[in-house]
Design a protein around this ligand. Structure first.
Ligand code: DAH
Length: 347
């Protein structure tokens, strides 16, 4: 009997010592528990199996003692598990502690590309005057880019724009003016749209020309639209972009899709018109092309040119950005050099 109770006491001792010395985590506690309580390999589990070798009269008291030991061990391990759980939680809190007084890591915020800024500013201005925004396309049919705009196949005006052809029928848009045709095919007058985003392509590459650049097209079609409407609207637009003192002048020009056609200059906002480096001493800077929509273009879209007239304009966004922000080389706009781009933040 006493030999047996020594053995029970020994196991209790072993458990307590094991718990004290070896257990630092829940996983270790679980491992230790297995050594005693696993029903097949655990020391207490195996004692159950000894039962069949024990004299029948002692079996009941042996069984009782083993059960007591098992319950005691289960209780101890449950307590240990709780303790380890709490300890691991404390450790985690310690590890995840953050110092809210620590200065934050500085992060640079980006800004919109200058061309996007100009596009947004123009859209705001024209939407403010009641214009709707239409979409431009990067790939156009020859018909929309040229033919419907009164530039037939062998027209010399095609030389004004070096075209990237994709096939005899399709090409990369050389101008946003195709948006005029798409709009007039879908909508009846009154029409008042600007078209964006305005990516256009020409086989042209130097300090002031990039093979890909941006335009914004404007079109107004209604009864009794005249050049005065155009001038008034453009005056308002340049004041908002270049400053209150800026004015415009119209010079005769030629575009097949407008008649009359004009080139619009702005008074030099750098020298106020006195003449400086920016305006090459003339006091004026060339800004955009515009005009009264050619009757042929209206008729091509099924609009009665006896009843309606229109005005159209095409603004170079890259050119406007270069003028407004004093950028001398168009390449600077497309090289993604943050030293340049981060200086221009108007929005
Ligand atoms: N599409 C012309 C160009 O790319 C610009 C232009 C001129 C647009 C006159 C117009 C316009 O709408 O009326 O050179």
């Amino acid at each position: 009997m006493s030999e047996r109770s020594d053995r029970f006491a020994g196991i209790r001792q072993e458990i307590l010592e094991g718990m004290e010395k070896r257990v630092e985590s829940r996983a270790a506690a679980f491992e230790l528990r297995k050594q005693f309580l696993d029903s097949k390999t655990g020391k207490i589990g195996q004692m159950m199996k000894e039962m069949k070798n024990i004299a029948p009269e002692e079996r009941a008291s042996f069984g009782k003692s083993v059960n007591e030991l098992k319950e005691w061990a289960q209780q101890k391990f449950a307590e240990l598990d709780e303790k380890m759980k709490a300890k691991e939680l404390r450790l985690r809190y310690e590890l995840e502690k953050i110092d809210v007084t620590m200065p934050a890591e500085e992060r640079e915020t980006g800004n919109l590309h200058p061309v996007t800024q100009i596009r947004n500013q123009l859209m705001d201005i024209f939407v403010g005057m009641g214009f709707e925004v239409a979409q431009t396309r990067e790939i156009e049919k020859d018909y929309y880019n040229f033919e419907a705009l009164n530039i037939p196949k062998d027209h010399p005006a095609r030389d004004m724009q070096d075209t990237f052809y994709l096939s005899p029928e399709f090409l990369l848009a050389t101008q946003t003016s195709a948006a005029q045709i798409h709009t007039m095919e879908k909508k009846k007058p009154p029409i008042k749209i600007v078209a964006a985003p305005g990516k256009v392509f020409r086989s042209d590459d130097d300090a002031t020309h990039s093979p890909m650049f941006h335009q914004m097209e404007g079109l107004v079609v209604d009864k009794k639209i005249t050049l005065c409407d155009l001038k008034g609207m453009l005056d308002l637009f340049v004041k908002k972009i270049f400053g209150e003192e800026t004015t415009t002048r119209l010079r005769p020009s030629y575009f097949p899709f407008t008649e009359p056609s004009v080139e619009v200059d702005v008074s030099c906002y750098a020298c106020g018109g006195k003449g400086c480096k920016l305006c090459k001493g003339t006091g004026w800077i060339e800004l955009l092309g515009a005009g009264i929509v050619n009757n042929k273009v209206l008729e091509n879209c099924g609009i009665d040119s006896e009843q309606y007239s229109g005005l159209a304009f095409g603004i170079g966004l890259d050119r406007t950005a270069m003028l407004k922000y004093g950028i001398g080389n168009v390449k600077l706009l497309f090289e993604s050099d943050l030293r340049v781009l981060s200086q221009i933040n108007d929005n």
